[in-house]
Design a protein. Structure first.
Length: 134
């Protein structure tokens, strides 16, 4: 299975998702904000195969993080997740997809939904057509 970089500032959500993804066979590296996640991505060897990032976080929010990841690694699949914060607005997720996320999930979601999304994105990345721009 895949090595996942999870960027999430809520420790409870981090624990839940890390545990759930491990049950699906993924190894998970966690970072508590976008700046730490970007640093983790840059120093990881081998690099994670996919990134899951929250949108509303302190230090460096998810949209900025997605754009920075795209400058470092244009090919890595990114899943944006958000509950919309206090406003419960989910337009952040549409913006994340426009700026580089390959998929977006609104919180709360089932861990199985995240696992399916990860598998789908990794399958697309692995397909021969993915490398040809098809």
């Amino acid at each position: 299975m895949a090595h996942v970089l999870l960027i999430e500032d809520d420790p409870d959500v981090t624990r839940l998702l890390k545990s759930a993804l491990a049950k699906y066979g993924h190894s998970v590296t966690c970072s508590g904000d976008g700046a730490a996640g970007l640093a983790q991505l840059k120093r990881s060897n081998p690099a994670p195969e996919i990134v899951v990032t929250d949108i509303l976080m302190p230090v460096q929010e998810g949209i900025e993080t997605i754009m920075a990841i795209r400058r470092v690694n244009s090919a890595i699949p990114i899943v944006a997740i958000s509950g919309g914060g206090r406003t419960k607005r989910l337009d952040f997720l549409r913006t994340a997809e426009k700026l580089g996320a390959n998929a977006a999930l609104a919180k709360p979601f089932r861990p199985a939904d995240l696992a399916r999304t990860i598998e789908k994105l990794l399958a697309v990345k692995a397909s021969p057509a993915a490398g040809r721009g098809s």
